[in-house]
Design a protein around this ligand. Sequence first.
Ligand code: ASP
Ligand code: MG
Length: 422
Amino acid sequence: MKVFKFGGASINSFERIQNLATILEEYKNEKILIVISAMGKMTNALEKVTEAFYSGKKADALRLFEKIKQNHLTLLKYAVTQQWEAATNDLLNFFTEVEWLLHDKPVKEYNYYYDQVVCAGELLSSTIVSYFLNEEKILNKWIDVRDLLRTDNTFREAVIDWPVTRQKIEEKILPLFRETDLVITQGFIGSSNENESTTLGREGSDYTAAVFANILNAESVTIWKDVEGVMNADPKDLPGAVNIPELSYKEVIEMAYYGAQVIHPKTIKPLQNKNIPLHVKSFIERQLPGTVITGKNPHHLPPIIVYKRNQVLMTFESKDFSFVEGKPVNTLYEILEDIKIKPNLTQNAAISLYICMDDVAEKIEKVAMEASGIFDVQLEKNLTLLTIRHYTAEFINKLTENKTIVLQQKTANTIQVLMREI
Ligand code: ASP
Ligand code: MG
């Protein structure tokens, strides 16, 4: 069995959904579990609905949601004819779930409502795709992933309950595959013990695909994307960016750690644990090889470049010329953890400690306030953190040219340079 994941860009128009059918035609008679995310920018649009609702602007929320409804209904008209009534009914049921909630007053935490509203995106898109494919005689069964994927109730960052999820997937998916070759479900969403919808964090559909693959012992996972594969840099940053044909799990985890937006960082572990290869392929140019990610270390990798922009460097200096070590440093790390700040780069000196982090204004202010009891705190904004894995002198020179370097760290494999933009 294979697992395919189709992201938002691969289903954001009728043509794209037709293209998905063309891809599946090439895998006739294979058993495939298909994980689908919300169409195009629907997750963002649904976030806006939740924000309006939560700030008491009910009319705005309903109006924004109406637009989302119309988008899906229009697409459905193109995609489905014979089964149009049944499909419309299914969509209306999902709409109603959200609208009921929007008519209430918010009394619970924001993240709870977020998950109840935002999960509609995946339910709607996967329903349309499933009906469309069935009409094209690409026979499939649709299943609500909330009946399979059990999580805790950390809304927006839900943690998977593996034993329950495993049991449910085995119990419900395996019989479906006896009836059909294709099973369609949703990425990114799950449900709690109390049957509330939950989500796994933005871009979480990749992770869902990996969870299914792990439990079903899939032979491979393919993430279909609108890019060639995993590139060595974002082509917007580096015009000569190239596709990397082979990568190791380890390299991909490192890339994600440094901020490359390739694959959801949680995706790798469930695959690595069962040694399941992950393919990243273009849904447009299918003849291209794309990237395959496995446990093997490829012999030669090009320099891999990751930029994190909008960085802040905070300097914590001891107030009385004592070394920065021991208790004050531990306290500082506790403060960072409380405020949920993940340092992107840290460096120690005798009486100061440097920490580079994402510029999230409220968080930075909070750290500065809380740490000012123990340290003199300074900060510099508008910095860019450049990471180069498998660097060469040539690349370092080229990418730091005309920049003022504020801080730099180098290991045998990786260089990180914090730079002031000019
Ligand atoms: N639709 C969700 C998002 O945009 C999940 C995903 O696409 O993976 O974040
Ligand atoms: Mg997406």
